[in-house]
Design a protein around this ligand. Structure first.
Ligand code: C5P
Length: 227
């Protein structure tokens, strides 16, 4: 059986990682959360005082990229993905609003992106991988055999993230989350380096009104046509 690269891009909080993880489980592939890498760099910058009032000390952060080692532990059976920063489990911390609110400015920095893209390509060199993000089908793996571009309305996305955070016991305010979702859309689509956009050969999946299972079956059909 042929192994392929599956690139899933799209707006924030529209269920990319849910679909990517279940696809990886069904196909026995590795899952890589590229957003977690940008979040890990953001956490590192926050901890080291390199972000003040949402302003990033770009030069210093780029110089310190060599001190940042991001690794993952992916368990196919439980679909559990854990992110490590220099060996420390940071999976929960990188999902907090402080990181979410600062990750977009960090991800506009070309010197940060080029470092992370090298690592992402390294992860995918043996194929058999599902990677989600913003520029996977356009920049990281332009030759990916299957590219999916996901989207859903901002309100539905904010609602999903709200429930997810609430389930984890976090104190959350719907309007703040909606604001964060819309703000990230604007920055992610409008930035100069690797903006979020659909690759010409990507298939669009608007999942505003689809269940997780419906999305999975749809994507599996797409994958099986190629494999
Ligand atoms: O996917 P997630 O929402 O966790 O990504 C967090 C942020 O990282 C995004 O809002 C975006 O700014 C950035 N990102 C990116 N390129 C990627 C993945 C994420 O710029 N491939």
């Amino acid at each position: 059986k042929k192994k392929i690269v599956i690139a899933i891009d799209g707006h924030s909080s529209c269920g990319k990682s849910t679909l990517a993880k279940s696809l990886a489980r069904e196909l026995g592939y590795t899952y890589i959360d590229s957003g977690a890498m940008y979040r890990a760099v953001t956490l590192f910058a926050l901890r080291n005082g390199l972000i003040k009032n949402s302003k990033v000390d770009e030069e210093e952060l780029i110089a310190r990229m060599k001190d940042i080692r991001i690794t993952f532990e992916w368990d196919t059976d439980t679909e559990k993905n854990t992110t490590f920063l220099n060996g420390e489990n940071i999976e929960n911390e990188i999902r907090q609003l402080e990181v979410s609110n600062n990750v977009s400015p960090v991800s506009t920095i070309a010197g940060v992106r080029s470092e992370l893209v090298i690592q992402q390509r390294e992860n995918g060199k043996n194929k058999g991988i599902v990677m989600d993000g913003r520029d996977i089908g356009t920049v990281v793996f332009p030759d990916a055999e299957l590219k999916i571009f996901m989207t859903a309305s901002p309100e539905i996305r904010a609602q999903r993230r709200y429930l997810e955070l609430k389930e984890k016991g976090a104190e959350v305010d719907f309007d703040k989350i909606l604001q964060n979702v819309e703000q990230r859309d604007t920055i992610d689509s409008g930035r100069e380096v690797s903006p979020l956009k659909k690759a010409d050969d990507a298939i669009v999946l608007d999942n505003s009104h689809l269940t997780r299972e419906e999305q999975l079956q749809w994507a599996l059909e797409m994958a099986k046509e190629i494999i």
